[in-house]
Ligand binder design. Structure first.
Ligand SMILES: [Zn+2]
Ligand SMILES: [Zn+2]
Length: 257
């Protein structure tokens, strides 16, 4: 068993690379990937994503507006409606990204707060995107009482200190294919220091394919390379990493189902 805790199944290439979502899932299942969380990034794309994944019981969803997509619109009433779908097990992705759009920091912070309030109202954990906004991310999580629902800091590339503070707030840390990149020395160190019981694995596909697929389009099947690399870093067996990160996923997202 292995779970891809963060992918964008609606954004993969269905003209050349894959025939449809069933094809993508089959390629992943052939490598032991059993469950998937397809993450929403905008209001408008959500209904079509849900239609695509509807036939598959082993595909979960989240709804949210990505911090780099806030220009596409944010509608709390509609998002609340999306959040009530039984397939939706999390709120996000939401958060702060000061790397690409620092000029929108203020708007990002406000919409991030609204996601946290919604997550608390519907009692579903948060999927958080955070880049070059360590202080503000942690401060808003604390101020809004995000601890009540918990969640995950996805595609983590920040410091060990930030990871530890997030874990103290009851959050998990999700590791993507970036960990396999030669340049990612700090992230490798972070992974080696954090307890396996607080880690998830993800592809963030179609982005960020791990080695040896770097440069190609990513897909959920490649989450296996991420888990294998973590096993190597931590001196654990692949089976232990696969089982523990899967257990973590279900504890976080499906505990009250
Ligand atoms: Zn993200
Ligand atoms: Zn993402």
């Amino acid at each position: 068993m292995l779970v891809d805790s963060h992918c964008h199944l609606d954004k993969l290439d269905y003209t050349d690379l894959h025939t449809d979502v069933a094809d993508v899932l089959q390629k992943a299942q052939a490598r032991g990937v059993t469950h998937f969380l397809s993450v929403g990034v905008s209001m408008d794309a959500f209904p079509a994503m849900m239609a695509q994944i509807a036939p598959f019981d082993n595909v979960f969803a989240s709804c949210g507006v990505h911090p780099l997509d806030i220009d596409s619109g944010f509608d709390l009433a509609r998002l609340t409606e999306y959040a009530s779908d039984p397939k939706v097990i999390a709120i996000g992705e939401t958060g702060l990204d000061y790397h690409y759009q620092p000029e929108q920091a203020e708007a990002q912070r406000e919409i991030f707060r609204q996601h946290i309030r919604l997550a608390k109202a519907v009692k579903k954990p948060l999927i958080i995107h955070t880049r070059q906004a360590r202080e503000d991310t942690l401060q808003i999580l604390r101020e809004e009482g995000a601890e009540e629902v918990g969640g995950v800091l996805h595609c983590f590339t920040e410091s060990l200190e930030m990871a530890k503070e997030a874990i103290e707030l009851g959050f998990y840390i999700s590791i993507s294919g970036i960990v396999t990149f030669n340049k990612a020395a700090e992230l490798k160190h972070v992974v080696s220091e954090l307890p396996l019981e607080r880690l998830l694995v993800e592809t963030d596909s179609p982005y960020l394919a791990p080695m040896p697929y770097r440069g190609k389009q990513n897909q959920p099947a490649y989450v296996k390379e991420v888990a294998e690399y973590i096993a190597l870093l931590k001196g654990e067996s692949y089976e232990t990493v696969a089982q523990t990160t899967s257990d973590n996923f279900f504890r976080l997202f499906c505990a009250n189902k």
